[in-house]
Design a binder for this molecule. Structure first.
Ligand code: NAP
Length: 257
């Protein structure tokens, strides 16, 4: 094994929601660290594929709609078929719906909870069955990295299902760590702060909210998807073998304020 504990050479990572934003940033960072990457997306992630292959790592695309658990076992099976194993799962795909709590619809509740929480759990379950099964590699631990949020810790406004889902991600991260640590799997989460992506376009365009957000961030800027990559590489690597059930904020200091 490499003397560099952050080296991911020889590992296979699955990243969901890999065609844009944070998922693209994480896929590229894992590839730069040496991992082959399976890009799970519902639209062709051509740009991410090119960026991953430019690092010298291999990329494979699995097209899947993660609004139901139907594709979960197929994603794991296709990954193992293509690269021989699945070592790292990054549950990044997520959506947000905004409306006043008084007017919030059941449709907006279910849509967000399904992608952000239900599929995250059942894809983790499918991956963990492989990681803890008889085909598991002896020389590395399985790694599951969930993408949480500031709303894993705070309440937010006008995003009730998002807050519920991301608070749930925090709890599930700890539950899965408790159950799967003895099976050779690390489960942790990253809580990004305010990152400039499609997810936050409405906030960036709202002059008042944009100013209020920037005033509170000690770093004084929105984060970029590439700001999340280092934390993902760390949690996916053997450098984090003794880190379990942790929610790592990468927020420019937002929570410290
Ligand atoms: P984004 O650019 O909108 O990325 C979300 C990704 O999830 C997209 O690739 C999207 O695919 C994919 N996705 C959504 N629903 C899907 C479905 N049903 N099936 C397959 N893929 C689906 O926004 P982002 O900010 O990078 O979000 C990534 C993660 O970070 C999310 O979990 C989000 O909640 C979290 N997060 C973001 C921030 C932030 O400030 N931006 C902060 C905290 C947490 P399409 O491109 O096809 O829609």
């Amino acid at each position: 094994m490499s003397a560099n504990a952050f080296d991911l050479t020889g590992r296979t990572a699955v990243v969901t929601g890999a065609n844009t934003g944070i998922g693209q940033g994480i896929a590229v960072a894992l590839a730069q660290a040496g991992a082959d990457v399976v890009l799970v997306a519902r639209r062709d992630p051509a740009e991410t594929r090119r960026l991953v292959e430019d690092t010298g790592s291999r990329a494979h695309v699995v097209m899947a709609d993660l609004s139901s658990i139907e594709p979960c076992e197929r994603i794991v099976a296709e990954t193992v078929e293509t690269f021989g194993q699945l070592d790292i799962l990054v549950n990044n795909a997520g959506i947000i719906r905004r409306n006043d709590a008084l007017d919030f619809s059941e449709e907006d509740w279910d849509a967000v909870m399904d992608v952000n929480l239900k599929v995250l759990f059942f894809l983790s379950q499918a991956a963990a069955r492989h990681m803890s099964g008889s085909s598991r590699r002896e020389d590395t631990r399985g790694k599951i990295v969930n993408i949480a949020s500031m709303l894993t810790f705070q309440g937010g406004v006008r995003v009730p299902s998002y807050t519920a889902s991301k608070s749930g991600v925090g709890g599930l991260t700890k539950l899965m760590a408790n159950e799967w640590a003895p099976k050779g799997i690390n489960v942790n989460a990253i809580a990004p702060g305010y990152i400039a992506t499609n997810n936050t376009a409405a906030l960036q365009e709202d002059e008042t909210r944009n100013r209020q957000i920037l005033e509170r961030i000690p770093e004084g800027r929105w984060g970029n998807p590439s700001d999340i990559g280092g934390a993902a590489v760390f949690l996916a690597s053997s450098a984090a073998d003794y880190v379990q059930g942790h929610i790592l904020a990468v927020d420019g200091g937002w929570l410290a304020r």
